[in-house]
Design a protein around this ligand. Sequence first.
Ligand code: HEC
Ligand code: HEC
Length: 477
Amino acid sequence: MKRILLVSISLAVMALIFSNFADSSQSSYVFTAVNEGPKLPSTPFNYKDIEIPDHISNPSADDTLGYGSTGINHARVLDIEDDVATLGRVLFYDVKLSALEDISCGSCHDQKLSFADSKSFSEGVISPTKRNSMHLNDLFWSNKEHFLWDMKETDLHEMIRLPLKDENEIGANLTDIIEKLSETNYYPELFQNAYNTSIITEDKIINALVHFISSMVTFESKFDKEASNDFEGFTDTEKLGLNLFSENCTSCHSQGGHDPHGMFPNGFDFNGESPLFFFPDIFNNGLPEDPDDIGAGVLDPFFNHLFKIPTLRNIELTAPYMHDGRFNSLDEVIEHYSSEVIENKWTENGFIPAGGFQFTEEEKGALKSFLMTLTDHNLTTHEMWSDPFKIGTSTNEPVENLVVRPNPMADQSLIEFDSNGNTPTTIHIMNISGQTIKLENTLSNQYTLNKGDFESGTYIIEIIQADKKSVQKLIVR
Ligand code: HEC
Ligand code: HEC
C-alpha cells in the first residue's frame, strides 16, 4: 500500500515536472520515449485451451504410428490460466529478474529455436553454463518426471528455482528482486490479474513461469496433422523415415521421449517417478563417455553417463544436439546412430547395437525428413510466446516529426506526423501497463484524441508506418 502511494506520488511529481516543462516550452508538448513496460494485448492470449491431439491423448491399442504413445495421464496435466501464463511470459523475458539486469530466461531459451540456445554451452552471468541449454517445448505432457540433462530434478517448480538463483544463470537474490518488481509500474497489476493480490512472492513467480512454459506445445506440426489422416500427406521419404524411426528409435524416443507421464505399455504408471529407476538402459545412446560429466551419476554412481532424453519435437530447430552440444546438425546425429555407437554396459541390453544401425544413405535422408515433420513454427513465431518487451522496439527508423499537443491533454489532443498519404499509419495507444486502449489505421497525417475516451493517467502513443516507428508519452489529467 505504502509503495503504491509512493509510486503515485512520484508519478504526480513527474507529471508536474512535465507540465512545467510543457508550459515553459513554446510548442508545449512533452517529448519522451518510454518503452520500459511490456506490450500486452488488452484481452490475454488464449493459453488455456490446449487441445491435445487424439493420437497422443487416446491412442488406439494397435497403434501403428511408430511414434507411439500409451496415453496421457490427464490428472497430471496442469490447467493453464491465461492471466497467470501472461504474467509468466513477462517474467520469462524480463531482465529485471537478474542481478545485473542483463539476462532473462529468454536469453538462453530463444523462441525462434523452440526455446533452446544455439551455443553448445549457454552463456551465464559469470561464465558459460556447463551444458547445452534445453528446448522447453512440450514439457508439460512429455518428460514430466525429471528435468535437466542429469535428471536430478523431479519437480518443475523446484527446477525453475535453480536458474533463478544460480549465479551462473540468472543469479538473483530473490528478496531484492521481489522488491524491485513491486516498484515497477506493471507487475502489481499483472500479479493482481493472475492471483487476485498484488503481493509478489517467490512461489507466485515460479508458478507463473510454470504456466507459461507449460503452454509451449507443438501440436501444429505436420506429423500431428497427418497422424489423424493415416499419413496420407506424407511423402514416400517421410513414410520411410517414420517406419525406420518406429523400428529403431521409438524404444527410447516414444513421443519424443520416454512414454509421456510415465505410462508404459500395459498401463504401467510410474506415478511421477522417473523411468530412470525402471529402465535405465534407455538413457544412454552410446556416446563416448565424458569424464567431466557423469550425468545421472550425481543421483547414484550406478547411473553414471546416463542423460535425459529430450523430446524430439521441434528438434530441427534446436541444434546443437546432445547434453554437450557435440553435434551441429541432424545429419551428424543420424551418422552417430548409424555408425558411431560405442558399446558400454548400457548398450548391452539391445536397444541400440554397438557400431550403430548401419543405415543406407537413403535411410539417413528419410530419417531426417521424418524428424523435420515434427516441427511446429506456430510456437516459434506466435506473439503469445514472444518477448513482450521487444515488440516494435527494433532499431527501426522513426516516423518523422511526431508531435502530440497539447500534452497534457486538454479536451482534445492532436497527433501529427509526416505521411506520404499512401502508407497507412497505425496509431497504437497503450496504458502504462502496456494494455492497448486504441488501435486505429489512417491514411491521414494527423489523428485527434478525445479526452472522454481516456481515464486520467499516463499513456504511450506508438505511431507505426511500415517498418518505421516512433513513440511518445501522453499525460491525461
Ligand atoms: C544462462 C543460460 C540460462 C538461463 C538464463 C536460463 N536457463 Fe534454463 N537451462 C539452461 C541450461 C544450460 C539447461 C540445461 C542445464 C542442465 O541440464 O544442467 C536449462 C534447462 C532448463 C529446463 C529443463 C528442461 C528439461 O527438459 O529438463 C527448464 C524448465 C528451464 N531451463 C527453464 C528456465 C527458466 C524458467 C529460466 C528463467 C527463470 C531459465 N531456464 C533460465 C540455460 C539457461
Ligand atoms: C537406447 C536409447 C536410444 C535410442 C535407440 C535412440 N536414442 Fe536418441 N537419444 C537417446 C539419449 C539418451 C539421448 C540424450 C543423450 C545425451 O545427450 O547424452 C538422445 C538424444 C537424441 C537426439 C538429440 C536431442 C537433443 O535435444 O539434443 C536426437 C536428435 C536423437 N536422439 C535422435 C534419435 C534417432 C533418430 C534415433 C533412431 C535412429 C535414436 N535417437 C535412437 C537415447 C536413444
